[in-house]
Ligand binder design. Sequence first.
Ligand code: SAH
Length: 342
Amino acid sequence: MINLKSMTRAEMEGLMKELGEPAFRAGQIFQWLHRGAASFEEMTNLPKALREKLAGACALTVPTVERKQISRLDGTIKYLWRLSDGNCVETVLMRYHHGNTVCISSQVGCRMGCVFCASTIGGKVRNLTPAEMLDQVLFTQLDSGAEISNIVLMGIGEPLDNLETVLRFLELVNSPEGMNIGMRHISLSTCGLVEQIDKLAEYRLQLTLSVSLHAPDDETRSRIMPVNRSVGVEKLFACCRRYFETTGRRISYEYAMIDGVNDADWQADLLVRHLRGTPGHVNLIPLNDVAESPLKPSRRVRQFQERLESQGVTATVRRKLGGDIDASCGQLRRKRMEEEAE
Ligand code: SAH
């Protein structure tokens, strides 16, 4: 079966040629798919014979809402989508003054093993397809009625562990005939896979790269993020400097504040030293309590922020949205898996 929705516009034109159809049919189909069509019968401006041919040769699936939680505090909506093979992934819709932002998943589960993260418990099941990434944006918009203007790849999974798919997804969602979301409205978050960051840099995309740093020293970072054991903080920052030099885009560093682990003054000072020479911005995240983890949120977020700022590093504290619904990564999927196991 052909996965039509994962195809770029150019590939679709190639397919039409193979089928002996005029090229403009590709544009029509592309538009239908990117508006959320759930069947080929709906595509009423295509000849019936073509619709039948496509229905016979192509898979056209749409995710279904398995769970939906709406925050009474701020209108954040968390979706648990059921995919065609029965796996589930999460998407979060956040409403900010500057527009509606959707946080999407890139894999079913994750193999990076960060100790504070719920998404990685149980490991990686599989990569998502470009269509499954696009569907999260599309169907969140359709279901909620909120027009999406920004995307963050910060849901379940490590986007750079599924780089080819992510690049294709970016092309799809950026397409003027599709959702037309500009690269500058997209952020991609990584735990710091240096080879993949170097590869991404070559595309010189105007998106914002977020690096999940969480600790400025190897001892701490290797303890909470196994990915650090093979690379180390020095090499990661060297890679970030290369990324900035190639793309001209400042990196945003995520730093989840964990009580007694990464919130000491010396760690703020070390972070300042690393950031000299790499323009970047630090986003301090109050740790979300994960039931399976003994780690606790830091009580020194403001002091840490002030210590960075007083040494010339810009640092913001992420506002917590959806505090009343399991709005942090992987928690809703975990809950569902536990229920299914019972
Ligand atoms: N794999 C990618 C993207 C997914 S996680 C990455 O590592 O960046 C999105 C962000 O949420 C990452 O910065 C991640 O470290 C952070 N995160 C995971 N669990 C968290 C928790 N319990 N509290 C706060 N932030 C968390």
